[in-house]
Every structure is written in C-alpha cells, then in structure tokens.
Design a protein around this ligand. Structure first.
Ligand SMILES: [Zn+2]
Length: 467
C-alpha cells in the first residue's frame, strides 16, 4: 500500500511539474488608451485591458502599471475601440467559395472541400470573426486543425452534416441519384463526403443525429421547411413530422446540447418550437405572434438579412426571372417586410449569420460587408453589435457539456477568452469600423485586408496588427 501511495505521489509531482512547465511563462498583452465596447452595454468604457495567456485577466479603470518583462507586450490603442471578436452564427465553410452552384458543389472532392474551407476560414478571421457556427457541411476535423494551429481561422462550432428528409432543403442529390435509404447505396457525392445526411423516420433521424455526434458535431441542424437555393422543396413545405423532430430533441438533450432548424414560415417554426427547439435559423417569413413566442421562450434566432433587401435582385441566380429561385426570392421578400421591426420590438435573442454559400471571393467579401451594414440599418448599431458578440456568446453556452470552448465568448470581461478586435472609430456610431459597407454587388472589390480592423486577436494570439 505504502509503495503504491509513494508512486502515486511521485506521479502527481511529475504531473504538476509538467503542467507548470507547459503554461509558463505566460505571454501578456496590455491594451492601454482604448475605449471598450464590452458586447453588452451601449456606452464605451475608458479602461485598460490585460490579456494573460488566452484569457482577459484584468480590466481596470486605473492605468495598469507596466511590469518590465520580456513576456509583456504593451499596445497603445491611441483612443481606438477595443471590442469582442465577432461571431457569425450561420456559415458554411466547406461551400462558401464554390463555383457552379449546387452541381459544382456536388462535383467536389475532399481536396476541394478542404481547400475551400481553408480559404473561407482565413477570410472570416480577417473580417474580424473569431468564432463561427458552421451550420452544416463539416464535422470537427477541420476545427481540430485550426485549434492545433495548422490552419488560421476562427473557433468553429460544427453542426456536422446537414440532416434533411427526402426531398427536403438539404436533399441535394442530383435528380436521378437513387435514395440510399431505399437502395443501400450512396450515389450522391455529398452524402458520401458527409456533407448531407438524408434521414426519414424516427430511427433514421436518431441514427443521423448520433452519427453527426460521432464525427464531432456539437449541436445539430435539421431542415424543417422549404428553402430558396434548393430545387426539390417548395418554400411553403413543412419538412419532418413532430415525431421526427422530437426524436432529434431527445437525442440532442441526451448529449446535453441542442438542435436548431432551417425554417422560414409560421407553421414550420412553430412545429420545431413545439418539438423542443431552443434555436431557430432564418424565420424571416413568420407572423408577429411567432416572434413574440420566440421572445417569451428565450429562443435563439439567427437570421441572415440581406435576402430581404431589394439589392439581392442584382444576384445572377436569385435575380434572374428565368430561375425558380427568383420566384422563391420574391415570395420571401414579400413575406418578410415586418420581420426586423418585430424582432427588435420584442427583443428576440437575435444573432448575426451571413449564410454565405456558392460564391466567388469578391461576392463573399461584398456580402459579409453588406450584411454587417444591413444589420445596423434594420436594428440599429447597438442591437446589431450585440447580435455579433454577446448574444451568440450565450448561444454557444447552449452546447452544455459538449461545448468545445467552455469559457466565455463574445464579451470583454475578466475571465473571458481573449478574442479581441481593435478598430478605427466607434462601431456604435458607424459600423464601418468593423468593415460594414452599404454597397453590395456594386461595392468596390477589396483585398482580404479590412483596413479599419487594426488588430485581430483570437485565444490571446495576434493574427493581424497594422498599428
Ligand atoms: Zn445556411
């Protein structure tokens, strides 16, 4: 017994020594002479912010003394705004930058997908997004590469494969590819690559959800209603039954996390809420009663906004009357006219999500810049900024014990992750400080560098510094 005890003590001592050796010396960064938008309050605060390791360790109204140390970097912000790194709660890294629409996407190999995701992840980080919620199309392999430092990109909350019923919004098989549930053979490249999972009936939905968890998803996304870019599902359709959605609810709650649905309309959003959904994506076509219900229940809502703007009609796919997507776009625009007003009035927990897919690099940058501006235009800058910082930071907490980044995100407060931007100007007054642009397809194409974002720090590490 004594020997075992002694060995245990030695082992513990060794462990403690190793742990200490790994974390010291801690790098510190002191931001002085900055005005802070903390993600939750409407006024800027004149404080110093100290980062130690990957955490905001101290916020002080008194100037923090500079401790002479080789591990301490001091950054004089010259009165600029320091704020939380941005969060986009609806992205698709594997198919943001894809040519040729859905057929082009179907033709991709794993190399194409990896390359596209790598390029997209860097774009998001350079646009100030230090966290993204990947809403379908990747498990956690890519996320792990970023976390290890092999690739530069934001933190990723992956949903895993899109889960959809046959003929649902996520059924992106080419016409003529037989259904794997009937034939036992996956003819569709997107299914084989784990981008989509077609699952009908309670047992198949349970398997699809659990298969996503097995591959590292930290929450689940299902398609509960019609979409615009897809071809097989009219916009009015209700996808999945109460039983199927409830199965997803039980399976995700058993994993101590949540599911969200792609849903636009009043019946589809309410069906998902009845089944237990704690988050909804889109919902732009719902009535005011449904908005009030989401506010009352504390449902997290993520909506891309630019689709409600007439500017979308300049898009080659959605704006061409010869395309089925044009008809859907017009119906969507007509039904979403009061959406933003109701979301703001009832103070729904709204998060920013750009939902950019199947675009060129130029279109990607233009859309995200415009989406940032349009959020401010519809909601006011403060509400829009909360939707890019503290609100999605709370949404991240819904992943419970599955949360891959269990610290606090989206705020500048002591103990939170050091995900920080330093920007020219005051974003509460003008969102151009974070790269917002009122122009869209007509905007001047820019380089990857958003000039007004001077410093980008993620997890305590500086990825950009143009001071
Ligand atoms: Zn999407």
């Amino acid at each position: 017994m004594k020997l075992v005890h002694a060995i245990t003590l030695v082992a513990l001592t060794l462990l403690a020594t190793t742990a200490t050796a790994q974390v010291t010396p801690q790098q510190s960064v002191l931001f002085t002479n900055v005005m802070v938008f903390d993600g939750t309050s409407e006024a800027l605060r004149d404080v110093d912010v100290l980062v130690t390791g990957n955490t905001i360790s101290q916020i002080s109204e008194e100037p923090l003394a500079v401790i002479a140390s080789t591990n301490m970097t001091v950054i004089d912000g010259a009165g600029r705004t320091l704020m939380p790194g941005l969060i986009s709660s609806h992205v698709h890294l594997t198919h943001t930058l894809v040519d040729g629409g859905i057929p082009g996407w179907n033709a991709m190999t794993w190399e194409d997908l990896g390359a596209v995701a790598t390029a997209s992840a860097k774009e998001y980080l350079m646009m100030g997004f230090t966290t993204v919620r990947d809403m379908g199309g990747m498990a956690d392999g890519f996320k792990r590469a970023i976390d290890k430092g092999l690739i530069e990109g934001p933190r990723i909350y992956p949903a895993g494969a899109y889960i959809a019923q046959t003929s649902g919004h996520g059924d992106l098989r080419m016409r003529g590819q037989p259904n794997a549930q009937l034939t036992g053979i996956q003819y569709s490249n997107l299914e084989r690559l784990g981008i989509i999972r077609i699952a009908d009936g309670v047992p198949n939905v349970l398997t699809a959800v659990r298969e996503n968890f097995a591959n590292g998803a930290v929450y689940i996304k299902l398609h509960a209603g019609g979409g615009i870019s897809s071809e097989k599902d009219p916009l009015h359709t209700i996808q999945y039954t109460m039983e199927e959605l409830k199965a997803a609810d039980v399976a995700t709650r058993n994993w101590d996390t949540y599911f969200t649905v792609h849903a636009y309309t009043t019946p589809t959003v309410n069906l998902a809420l009845d089944a237990g959904a704690q988050a909804i994506d889109h919902a732009q076509m719902v009535d005011e009663k449904t908005i009030r219900r989401m506010a009352r229940q504390g449902t997290f809502l993520t909506s891309n906004l630019s689709g409600m703007s007439e500017g979308l009609l300049a898009h080659p796919l959605y704006g061409n009357p010869a395309n089925a997507q044009y008809v859907k776009t017009k119906a969507f625009m007509d039904a979403s006219k009061n959406f933003a007003e109701w979301v703001k009035e009832h103070d729904v927990k709204w998060s920013f999500g750009d939902d950019m897919v199947l675009s060129t690099q130029v279109q990607f940058r233009q859309l995200v810049d415009h989406e940032k501006w349009y959020a401010g235009e519809l909601f006011g800058n403060y509400f829009a900024l909360k939707g890019m910082t503290s609100t999605p930071g709370q949404l991240a907490q819904l992943t419970g014990q599955t949360n891959p980044y269990p610290g606090t995100l989206g705020v500048i407060e002591e103990g939170a992750y050091a995900d920080i931007l330093l920007v020219d100007g005051n974003p509460l007054e003008d969102l151009a400080a974070i790269g917002a642009d009122s122009g869209w397809f007509d905007a001047e194409p820019r380089t990857q560098n958003v000039e007004s974002i001077r410093i980008i720090m993620k997890d305590g590490k500086i990825y950009k510094n143009t001071l």
